[in-house]
Design a protein around this ligand. Structure first.
Ligand code: PMM
Length: 261
């Protein structure tokens, strides 16, 4: 899953894609490099970020989604807002990627059920402004799984088809470095939950911390090492800013699954 952040303030690529034309071109380039799906977002979720209003968010993402879908690209919309999700599906998106797992907007699960598209349920505890204060766990893997399954159950209760649900541990969201590494170390447990699993580590801060403070665009090789690890665990997808190197890493990682050639 390649990322198009149509935001002026995302931590790793924000500001570069300020016009719809640039977002469309970037999405098409990611597909050429091997992305199977392009995730388009118009609201930064980095720690400390302020929210944008629905109009601004939709003005940023809808033209990009429509243009990519028209060219046959599979598109997901990265949004916590039901109104944006509904408009994005009308514009051609076939997946709703909700980092709040339905917690940020009480209308979201109903919209997901009504549209019938794929739904990414990510583990989340609080909005960006507050999220790192919620990074407190006695058993991070057990708690993340329990909280994710509660959101999965809420989605099903709202009418979402279980086969449409994709689970995501939410690396970096209300989590400190050691929490992220614990979740990655025990990735296999997420794949036993009966759903497709998506993982997003691309260029995140905990990788920069491991690399002595290296900046976001200098973290792609380390991201690739984690992509290989994800593929080795038969994870359904990795969400990534850089695609070419990640694709190679996924090909290699998948070779370590028994009976896979
Ligand atoms: N991470 C970010 C944004 N959206 N969606 C999912 N499903 N999983 C993630 O880990 C995730 C996400 C933050 O990264 P960005 O601001 O660099 O896109």
């Amino acid at each position: 899953m390649g990322v198009v952040n149509a935001t002026p303030d995302s931590f790793s690529d924000g500001g570069d894609l300020a016009t719809a034309e640039a977002g469309i071109a970037h999405g098409l380039a990611l597909v050429t490099q091997g992305a199977a799906i392009v995730d388009v977002g118009g609201e930064s979720t980095r720690p400390g970020a302020e929210r944008v209003d629905a109009r601004t968010e939709q003005h940023r993402v809808l033209p990009i989604i429509a243009a990519l879908a028209e060219r046959g690209v599979r598109v997901s919309v990265d949004t916590m807002r039901a109104s944006t999700a509904r408009a994005a599906v009308a514009a051609g998106a076939d997946t709703i990627n909700d980092v709040s797992g339905g917690m940020a907007d009480t209308d979201m699960l109903g919209v997901v059920a009504a549209t019938g598209v794929d739904y990414v349920v990510m583990h989340w505890r609080a909005h960006s402004r507050l999220m790192q204060s919620q990074a407190v766990y006695a058993d991070v893997v057990g708690e993340v799984i329990a909280e994710l399954l509660a959101r999965r159950d809420a989605a099903i209760a709202a009418g979402v088809d279980a086969s449409r649900i994709i689970l995501d541990p939410g690396i970096g969201f209300s989590k400190l470095g050691p929490h992220n590494w614990s979740l990655l170390r025990e990735l296999g447990r997420f794949n036993e939950l009966g759903h497709r699993v998506l993982v997003g580590v691309s260029r995140k801060r905990f990788i920069g911390d491991l690399l002595d403070g290296r900046g976001p665009t200098e973290r792609d090789a380390a991201t690739a090492a984690i992509s290989a690890w994800c593929a080795q665990h038969d994870i359904w997808g990795v969400r990534t800013h850089e695609v070419a190197m990640q694709r190679d890493a996924i090909l290699v990682g998948s070779r370590f699954i028994p009976d896979n050639g």
